[in-house]
Design a binder for this molecule. Sequence first.
Ligand code: B12
Ligand code: SF4
Length: 560
Amino acid sequence: MTPMSDANTAPRVLLVFPKFYENSMWNFKEAMEIQGAKAAAPPLGLITLAAMLPAAWQIGLVNSNCEPLTDEAIRGADLVMTGGMLPQEPDCLEIIERCRTIGTPVCVGGPAPTSTPEVYDRADFIVAGEAEGILPEFVAAWERGERTGRFTAAKFKADVTASPIPRFDLLTFSQYLYIGVQFSRGCPFTCEFCDIIELYGRAPRTKTTPQMLAELERLFSLGYRGHVDFVDDNLIGNKKAIKLFLPHLIVWQEEHGYPFKFSTEASLNLADDDELLDLMRRANFFALFTGIETPDEATLIQTQKKQNTKRSIADSVHKLYAAGMFVTAGFIVGFDSEKDSITKAMTTCISDTGIPIAMVGLLFALPNTQLSRRLRKEGRLYVDYAVTTSDQGDQCTQGLNFVTLRPQRDVLMDYRGVLEEIYDPKSFFDRVRELGRRLDRPSFAAQNIRWGAVAKDLVSLTRIMWRVSVKRPELAKHAWGAFFETARRNPAALEAVVTNIVIYLHVYPFSRYVMKEIDSRIEAIDAGRWVSPPVLPLEEVNTAPARVGRPAVEHFAAVA
Ligand code: B12
Ligand code: SF4
């Protein structure tokens, strides 16, 4: 825990980042063990919040994913501030109860309490929405002596240009695989299942260049080097703004000797913009997450992901490889417009792209999305569709929280089929080899070698290959094959190849675990033990997406 300073009468605030539940494809356990890290990324929301609190307030931080939260720490604080995303809900609710028992007031905020504030009703304070827009009201109430309250920020109004440099100094860098920064919030698209546009809006708001460079400079001066993730919902949501920023980032990187390599999330239409690809390459972007969702054109149209239509998905991904970024992508099974089995088309698409790590999940209707509103209107949304419990997995095992149009058994069989095929060692390593052949890393990445990092990487590499050979001998032949082929033909791509192998060390057993869980669901259906849960009563709701630049309050009122 970061210590709180003592000689002060200002409140002692303990920021607590709740635990994620473990059963998730997003749990990078092996990578963390190999690098000696305890969590994937730090709580950027909480350290941004910390920078917004009055300077006199004394701040401590506990990331429960890295260290235990003790009763002493709660008792020693005048106020606990906590919150995070949906998979942290069970632990967050437990933290609230512990604070109540001990008698320390607790304030919750962040994406999950914003989506479903009613779940957090036992907290003394709920601060919903982006803190920039509402925190001063909470602080004023606290200073007036109020010890309960509900505060809701106007939607999509927070001025991110006024967002302070996050308190990176509260972090122990070695606990994390990478550090996050944020340039923009929001995304211009309208994907039906997405809650980003409901939480952060459709008019991407961006920070200024001096603001971003000051954040990177702070990280640099605190001694951090290596992987920095731009956690933007869609880095290219406002293309004009990112094109203005990237040339400055390139100069900053050159002047500092390329201390950082970047990853981010962006929509696939990035592949259409050569200028942007070139800028990202020169800034040293090395990895990209994109939502492909499905190869089925009709489904892309139905789910309003039109930016992925009328293109060869494989060609688009290969352009990203040529720009020096390896790609991880999201795929979803269970859309309404899937008429027949989607297994073949999806596995072929994944294989053609050569994306090693495809995060394939079952469709899950998130609260406050166009999808959940439509399903409710159609009388297909399960009553408990948004409930999270501590032993629950993610959308891989718990997806389909609504009445499917195709028999649920068929959807589950398709999903199982995709996982079985794509994470079979041979087909996974075929894609790794393809990546190793296509990835074109820029030469400056090799020229600016930091020997300290190389030594660390060599230690990690030894651990990785030991793990592959000893812990998972069935993978050894494939892994070494891909490794040597890349070392011989395209050594600059080796880092990406090894990174994907490390992620696979978790994803491979996890995919097999998910298949077992899916088998149990199928068995229950076959044995007549599964009964479709009750659905929410029919209700007229607005199913429109959030509008550009305008609050979508009516949507929330409608489902409240
Ligand atoms: C980086 C990221 C991750 C990282 C992990 C980050 C971490 N620290 O561990 C990774 C890639 C691992 C990840 C995984 C997942 N993620 Co994620 N992730 C994000 C992302 C892109 C950025 C988070 C961030 O740093 N934001 C920047 C900070 C500044 O914003 P913020 O956290 O919202 O904080 C602001 C306010 O919310 C508020 N605030 C935050 N906390 C608190 C607390 C208090 C007390 C108060 C008053 C205010 C407050 O103040 C901040 C400043 O305004 C967000 C999207 C987004 N735009 O935020 C999704 C998001 C949080 N993830 C989400 C989800 C669902 C997931 C996954 C389940 C995968 C998925 N999309 O299906 C997995 C689950 C992980 C697991 N282990 O189980 C959802 C959450 C939905 C919800 N309503 O809760 C989001 C919103 C995106 C989305 N729709 O997919 N994620
Ligand atoms: S591209 Fe679609 S899924 Fe991705 S953030 Fe934008 S609206 Fe959401």
